[in-house]
Design a protein around this ligand. Structure first.
Ligand code: ADP
Ligand code: MG
Length: 357
C-alpha cells in the first residue's frame, strides 16, 4: 500500500511536471508572438525612399533581414534602372536596332514578360518603350517648354511595344528598331517591393510591410491585429489631407498621379504619366489607387488605369483577379470619384474610418 501510495505520489509529480512542460510548449507559439517587436528601417533606392516595417524577435534578426531586403532592391536597380548607365536594361537598349537577340537575366526577363503582357492587355496604354518620350518630358520639365511636334514625331519611331520582342525558348530579347529606350518607372518599384518581401520571408519574417515610394506590399498582419493600417489620401488628386484607412493583408496598394511630378505650362498641368499615343503627359489631373494581389500588378495597373481613364480603367481592374481601383479626377474645380466593384466591396469590409489628417 505504502509502495503504491509512494508510487502514486511519484506519478503525480511526474504528471504535474509533464503537464507543466507540455503546457509550456503549448503556450510557446502565443508566447513567441507576444515577444515579436516592431522594427522600421528606411533607405533610398530607385530614386525614392524604401521603407521596411517588420515584426521580429530581436533587433539583430530584424536588422539582418532588412539589410538583405534592401540589398535585393539595390541589386534590382542595377538591372532595371534607366538612370544607371551600365544597368542590364541600358546595356540591352544599346543593342536596339542591331537585330541581335540578347539573353536576359531571370529578373529582367520576368519584368519584360509582365510588361509586354500588360501592354497587350491595355493595347499600349501601358508601354515600357515610352523611354524616348520620357526623355523629351524630362527635358521639357528642365527647360519649361513642350517638345516640338518634330521631336515627338522622331521619338515616336522608337516607341511601341510591338518592337520589343521576347523569345521564350532562350529567354532572349530583341529591340527591333534603333534608339529604343525602355523605362521601368511604372513597374520596377512594384516588382522590387514584392522581391524585398520575399527576402524578409526567407529570413523568417512573416509579418512585414515594404513601401517603395508609395508602392506598398504587406503580408501577414502585425501580431494581434486584423491587418496593416494603410492611410490613403483619397479625396482629391491634389489634396491628401482627407484620408481613408485601409486594413490590408497579403495585398499590395499603389497610387499614381501628378501630385509631385508634373510640368505646369500656360495653365495646363502635364503629368509624368504619358499617353503613349501622343507622347505627352496626361492633363486630366487624376489620382488612381489600386489594390492588388502583388506590388508589380498594383504598380503597372495604377499607371495603365490613369492613361485609360475611369470607364476602361475600371473594367480592366475588374478583370484582374483581386484588383480594385479608386479613380479620382479633378476637372473645373470639381472632384469626381469612381470606385470599382471590388474596391467598394473591399472597403466596405475593411474601411475603418474616413478622417481628416
Ligand atoms: P510613380 O513613379 O510616381 O510611382 P508611376 O508608377 O505611374 O508613378 O510611373 C510613372 C513613370 O512610368 C514615369 O515617370 C515614366 O518613367 C513611366 N511611364 C510614364 N508613362 C508611362 C506609360 N504610359 N506606360 C509605362 N510607363 C510609363
Ligand atoms: Mg505605378
Amino acid at each position: 500500500m505504502q509502495f503504491r501510495k509512494y508510487s502514486g505520489g511519484k506519478m503525480y509529480w511526474r504528471s504535474l511536471v509533464g503537464f507543466w512542460v507540455l503546457s509550456w510548449f503549448l503556450c510557446l507559439p502565443a508566447w513567441g508572438q507576444k515577444q515579436l517587436a516592431r522594427f522600421e528601417y528606411s533607405q533610398r533606392h530607385m530614386g525614392t525612399l524604401f521603407r521596411v516595417v517588420l515584426y521580429a524577435p530581436d533587433s539583430s534578426r530584424a536588422g539582418q533581414a532588412a539589410r538583405a531586403a534592401f540589398k535585393r532592391v539595390a541589386d534590382l536597380n542595377h538591372i532595371l534602372s534607366d538612370y544607371e548607365k551600365d544597368s542590364e536594361l541600358n546595356q540591352l537598349c544599346r543593342m536596339a536596332g542591331t537585330g541581335q537577340w540578347v539573353p536576359g537575366s531571370k529578373d529582367l526577363w520576368y519584368v519584360l514578360k509582365k510588361s509586354v503582357a500588360a501592354s497587350e492587355r491595355t493595347k499600349g496604354a501601358f508601354d515600357i518603350t515610352v523611354g524616348p518620350y520620357v526623355q523629351l518630358w524630362r527635358r521639357a520639365r528642365r527647360q519649361g517648354t513642350l517638345p516640338t511636334p518634330e521631336a515627338l514625331a522622331q521619338a515616336s519611331q522608337a516607341v511601341g511595344y510591338q518592337h520589343l520582342k521576347l523569345n521564350k525558348k532562350g529567354k532572349t530579347v530583341q529591340l527591333a528598331v534603333p534608339y529604343m529606350q525602355l523605362d521601368m518607372g511604372a513597374i520596377g518599384k512594384g516588382y522590387a517591393v514584392d522581391e524585398a518581401l520575399k527576402i524578409l520571408k526567407k529570413y523568417g519574417i512573416k509579418a512585414a510591410l515594404v513601401d517603395g515610394g508609395g508602392n506598398i506590399v504587406v503580408n501577414r498582419p502585425p501580431p494581434g491585429t486584423k491587418g496593416w493600417e494603410i492611410n490613403l489620401g483619397i479625396s482629391s488628386p491634389t489634396d491628401t489631407t482627407r484620408q481613408l484607412q485601409l486594413l490590408l493583408k497579403h495585398q499590395a496598394v499603389a497610387t499614381s498621379g501628378d501630385l509631385y511630378q508634373y510640368l505646369d505650362l500656360n495653365g495646363v498641368r502635364y503629368s509624368h504619366i504619358l499617353n503613349p499615343y501622343t507622347g505627352l503627359g496626361l492633363t486630366d489631373q487624376s489620382r488612381v489607387t489600386i489594390i492588388a494581389r502583388n506590388g508589380l500588378t498594383a504598380d503597372w495597373l495604377s499607371t495603365a488605369v490613369s492613361v485609360l481613364g475611369p470607364q476602361q480603367g475600371l473594367t480592366l481592374a475588374d478583370k484582374t483577379p483581386g484588383a480594385a481601383v479608386s479613380f479620382i479626377r479633378q476637372q473645373n474645380h470639381q472632384t469626381q470619384q469612381w470606385l470599382s466593384r471590388r474596391f467598394k466591396k473591399l472597403t466596405s469590409g475593411i474601411l475603418k474610418s474616413e478622417k481628416t489628417k
